[in-house]
Design a protein around this ligand. Sequence first.
Ligand code: HMG
Ligand code: MG
Length: 313
Amino acid sequence: MSNGLPMSVPSPGLPPRIRIHEVGARDGLQNEKTVVPTEVKAEFIHRLAGAGLTTIEATSFVHPKWVPQLADAEQLFPQLRDISGACLPVLVPNARGLERALDLGARRIAVFGSATESFAKANLNRTVDESLAMFEPVVDQARTAGMHVRGYLSMCFGDPWEGPVPVAQVISVARRLMDLGCDELSLGDTIGVATPGHVSALLTGLEQAGVATQSIGVHFHDTYGQALSNTLTALRHGVTTVDASAGGLGGCPYAKSATGNLATEDLVWMLEGLGIETGVDLGRLTATSVWMAGQLGRPSPSRTVKALSHQEQ
Ligand code: HMG
Ligand code: MG
């Protein structure tokens, strides 16, 4: 462990390589109390790319009043043009958002739906049906323009207003989201209440409903410290796309009980230990999160960032 990495001991039945979908700059920063300067965001994203992350969610083209922290999308996105080794998906809820993303040359978008009515209303000012109807032309137009489309589905396990969410309800909305033509489905545990058996039940159900495991990503918030166990469960089901946030930043301004995402460093530590390739340089990533924590004025909640940055001192 002198090189800041765990001993590698592979475990059978796991994928050889994982794609990390880094959400720190979007999910992480959307929830900050103070607005992070655009230049700091741009440097953050450059550093993440420099650490070897190849999918970095950059920002959201949502209504600026709904998410003021990301209201600088038009200023930020052009500052990322020189990044060549990573793709930079952006969140887009509707036609106006897609128009803004297309104007700036974005190549990957994500629409974001909800498995519950309460969160659809709180987050999008729409019912589940109305939000899917809002996404339909967006997905169509984006696909016609040759873009890659991710479909997020929030509240896949529990909802702060409705409590536990039935697996069948999640599968039904997931199926409808995929039927719109999304290339990828990201299963959101928005408030971090999932546990491994629940994850397994949902993935099995989705498989039976004909949603290909290769098209599924998992997006765990870490409220109860379950994100890593849930991720390992998903890997055992064959999932190879995992969302994570550098330093464990994150949350959702429209779901008060949401805390940070699974920290990318904690994920990389586990994957390194399992001998699973990620292409990420853990030292550079940790240094980035320590730097970002300095910008935000508080330490990173990631256990791995804490351990490795103490080790470096
Ligand atoms: P609305 O108020 O119903 O909007 O909000 P509207 O369609 O009635 O339009 C009202 C005005 O807003 C119009 O302007 C539109 O042009 C403008 P006016 O004609 O009155 O001058 N407008 C826009 N302006 C800029 N960009 C846009 C846009 N759209 C409309 N894209 C809306 C509906 C969807 C816009 C709003 O609810 C919204 O922006 N919501 C975003 C909420 C959000 O970003 N939440 C966080 C991301 S989701 C998340 O974090 C979960 C996730 O991480 C997974 C997980 O953890 O589960 C992904
Ligand atoms: Mg999230």
